[in-house]
Write a protein that binds this ligand. Structure first.
Ligand code: SF4
Length: 366
């Protein structure tokens, strides 16, 4: 059974009516449970649960400390190409945008890696636009081998691939995969992914599973908040993470909560995720999925991220650049605007001041 079967079960489910029907008793009952079912999770996502946000945050914090301690995993992104063969309305790299295109040579990747490695962080996320032709498998494998000289953990966020191609990347040293579904609502998905490979909803939906089958030890998923109905998207993201966690016990899964930030093309989100609902969703994820990593990127502001740290976030990017060659040359447009522009040392210092231990390296393949 694929995750699509689970999504299909909710085809005729009236979310609006259910969410309206959730009362205090239902929220409190779900808050008390040790193991939540799908409807407990939905109760905690409901508008009614907002009046219990302090209790929700307290419980989310306790579960996080019990499972992760006072730690925060750190990583840095490296963009090595912004060529893309897809047209996605919200993304600066869309093929329709007239931006300067750049693909780093292997030598340039090495120089960029050396610059990034001056920070203490040993976890790197390699990103490209989604162009199979410009950044083929061989190029990605060569890039990974270079990064492996400087970093102990290499994850990728590139175009979705077959299990066989992921196995090749795994054997080249890739440890983790990030792939966001962006929207679990097929109609909305198709309305914002206009053309190119990314417009294939089902293929993308099954990508994390192919990655887990290929052997990656860490997989990060999520929805891009702003495209679809906020609570439904959060619900399906959580179900997707639960589905994967239940089937691939040797793999760690993570959830990100990216909100649309401005990018070339100036796409206006159809739905706005406000800060309080953001916290509510993050806490509901934690109660539903106690062991799942929760990743907060530099899309969010410094103050907001620092506050989330004390609740239930477990993973941060720090000192990120979203331009190709951003750490050394910064000649291209960013994929999206970042909000937390602090250097990695400043983020690390703040994490320590808040009583948390920054984790620079949590994996070494031997
Ligand atoms: S979201 Fe990905 S596939 Fe879509 S335009 Fe941006 S880089 Fe290309």
């Amino acid at each position: 059974m694929s995750f699509l079967n689970i999504l299909n079960k909710y085809d005729n489910f009236d979310f609006e009516e259910y969410l309206r029907s959730v009362d205090d008793e239902m929220v409190l009952s779900s808050l008390e449970k040790k193991r939540l079912d799908d409807f407990d999770f939905l109760n905690l996502l409901s508008p009614k649960a907002k009046s219990h946000i302090e209790a929700l945050a307290k419980k989310a914090h306790e579960i996080t400390v019990a499972n992760f301690g006072y730690t925060i995993n750190l990583y840095l992104p490296i963009y090595i190409s912004n060529y893309c063969s897809s047209d996605c309305l919200y993304c600066g790299f869309s093929k329709k945008n007239r931006i300067q295109r750049k693909k780093l040579s292997l030598n340039e990747i090495e120089i960029e890696a050396q610059e990034i490695a001056k920070s203490k962080i040993k976890h790197i996320l390699l990103l490209t636009g989604e162009s199979r032709a410009v950044t083929p498998l061989k190029y990605l494998c060569d890039a990974v081998k270079i990064l492996k000289k400087y970093f102990s953990f290499v994850a990728i966020e590139v175009y979705p691939m077959s299990q066989e191609d992921y196995e090749v990347l795994f054997n080249s040293g890739v440890d983790g995969l990030t792939v966001y579904q962006e929207s679990y609502d097929k109609k909305i998905y198709e309305s914002v992914h206009i053309s190119g490979e990314k417009s294939n909803y089902e293929y993308r939906l099954e990508t994390p599973q192919r990655g887990a089958e290929a052997g990656f030890r860490n997989i990060n998923i999520g929805t891009l908040f702003g495209l679809g109905h906020i609570l439904k998207e959060a619900f399906f993201s959580g179900l997707h993470a639960a589905y994967l966690s239940d089937r691939y016990l040797g793999c760690e899964f993570g959830l990100s909560l990216p909100r649309i930030n401005d990018a070339e093309g100036h796409f206006k989100p159809n739905h706005i995720l406000d800060d309080v609902t953001f916290v509510q969703i993050m806490c509901a994820y934690r109660l539903f999925l106690p062991r799942v990593e929760i990743n907060i990127s530099t899309r969010e502001s410094a103050d907001f991220r620092d506050n989330l740290l004390g609740i239930c976030a477990t993973k941060f990017s720090a000192g990120s650049k979203t331009e190709v060659g951003g750490y050394t040359k910064a000649k291209t447009e960013p994929q999206f605007e970042i909000s937390d522009t602090r250097k990695s040392d400043a983020v690390i210092q703040r994490i320590q001041n808040l009583g948390y231990e920054p984790v620079y390296k949590n994996w070494e393949n031997i």
